[in-house]
Every structure is written in structure tokens, then in C-alpha cells.
Design a protein around this ligand. Structure first.
Ligand code: URA
Ligand code: SF4
Length: 185
């Protein structure tokens, strides 16, 4: 176990536990506030994230930031954002189960330090791994699940909203549900 986020990050930046270390430019550790009430977990870094060493800074990230802003959430202010795998999968393919297995220890340590009240899983990869294997995102997004003392909510991945902008209203609705839940906690 690591005592501080800084110590955890220093170790993670050296990680060579899976093959993704060979093709990365940067380890994309995570960004945000260490005592955040809510943590957002995506899939893995894309091209921009790999280059800039920060999660969700490409087009999907810009959309995510806008939706967060609508409910007074911001990465520099009151949330933490990370991914299931910290290194970019080549050509943005899905991270393999064994890569996720190797990487999840970093995420578990991040969660242990932050102790968020709510964990939002962005998209199928994070939701399947952290909530339940057979999750149906299109049907179950925006609902809360309780697991190991945490509340988890699957959301549509912002990249999926970019591909089909008609999904935007239902995606935003989930952010409003999240805001209401955070008020209760
Ligand atoms: N998509 C993700 O899942 N994570 C990122 O950091 C960027 C895009
Ligand atoms: Fe290590 Fe995770 Fe990067 Fe694989 S993806 S090398 S486990 S930090």
C-alpha cells in the first residue's frame, strides 16, 4: 500500500507490468482533487492523453468537461479522473482483460486514497469491470449500484455521445442525477 498519491504516482510512472508500457509516450496516471467526493473512470488514454499525460483531454474529454461544468464539477476543483489502464492501447483498441488485471492495482490504490462517495464508470469497459460483467450500458446508465461500500454509476462514454449526438440529453440527465445524489450524501 502507498501512503500518499505522490508516492503512488511516482511508482506508477515507472510501471512496466504489461505490454502497453512498450508503446506509450506517457503514463496517464490521473488528475484532480485528492479528497474528491466523486471519481470518474474511463477506459484508457487516447492519442492526445498519451501525448499530454492527462486523461480526457481530446474531443471526448472536452465534451466531458462541458457536461461536468453543467453540474458544477471540474477536474481542478472537486473531482478526480482516471482510467482503467494508464497507458494507451495501440490504435485505441480496447484494453485487454489481462492488461486491465495488471493495471487495476494502481486504480485500487487511487480509490483507497481518495475514498470517493461515488464512482462514475464511463462506458462499457469500466462499467463491466467495476460494476458487473454483463452490464447493458444503453439500458442501465444513470442507475446506482452499491458494491464494497461504494456507490457506482455507469454513464455513457463521451466518445459514444460524439458518435451519436442524439444521446446527449439522456447523458446530461445522468449528470443531473449525480448532482442530486451528491447533495444527499
Ligand atoms: N477515453 C477514455 O476512456 N479515457 C481517456 O482518458 C480519453 C478518452
Ligand atoms: Fe503498468 Fe498499467 Fe501501463 Fe500496463 S497499462 S504498463 S499495468 S501502468
Amino acid at each position: 500500500m502507498f501512503k500518499t498519491m505522490q508516492e503512488l504516482k511516482e511508482n506508477c510512472l515507472q510501471c512496466t507490468k504489461c505490454e502497453l508500457c512498450k508503446t506509450r509516450t506517457n503514463v496517464v496516471f490521473g488528475v484532480g482533487i485528492e479528497n474528491a467526493d466523486v471519481m470518474f473512470i474511463g477506459e484508457g488514454p487516447g492519442e492526445q492523453e498519451d501525448l499530454r499525460a492527462e486523461p480526457f483531454v481530446g474531443r471526448a474529454g472536452q465534451l466531458l468537461d462541458k457536461m461536468l461544468f453543467a453540474v458544477d464539477l471540474e477536474r481542478g476543483k472537486n473531482i478526480y479522473i482516471a482510467n482503467m489502464v494508464k497507458c494507451r492501447p495501440p490504435k485505441n483498441r480496447d484494453p485487454l482483460p489481462q492488461e486491465q488485471d495488471m493495471c487495476i492495482e494502481w486504480l485500487k490504490n487511487q480509490v483507497a486514497i481518495i475514498r470517493p462517495k461515488v464512482i462514475v464508470c464511463l462506458g462499457r469497459i469500466a462499467s463491466a469491470r467495476l460494476i458487473k460483467q454483463d452490464i447493458k450500458i444503453t439500458k442501465e446508465h444513470g442507475t446506482f449500484f452499491e458494491k464494497n461500500g461504494f456507490l457506482l454509476m455507469p454513464m455513457l462514454h463521451p466518445a459514444a455521445i460524439l458518435r451519436d449526438p442524439r444521446k446527449k440529453p439522456e447523458a446530461l440527465e445522468d449528470f443531473f442525477k449525480l448532482r442530486e445524489k451528491l447533495k444527499e450524501l
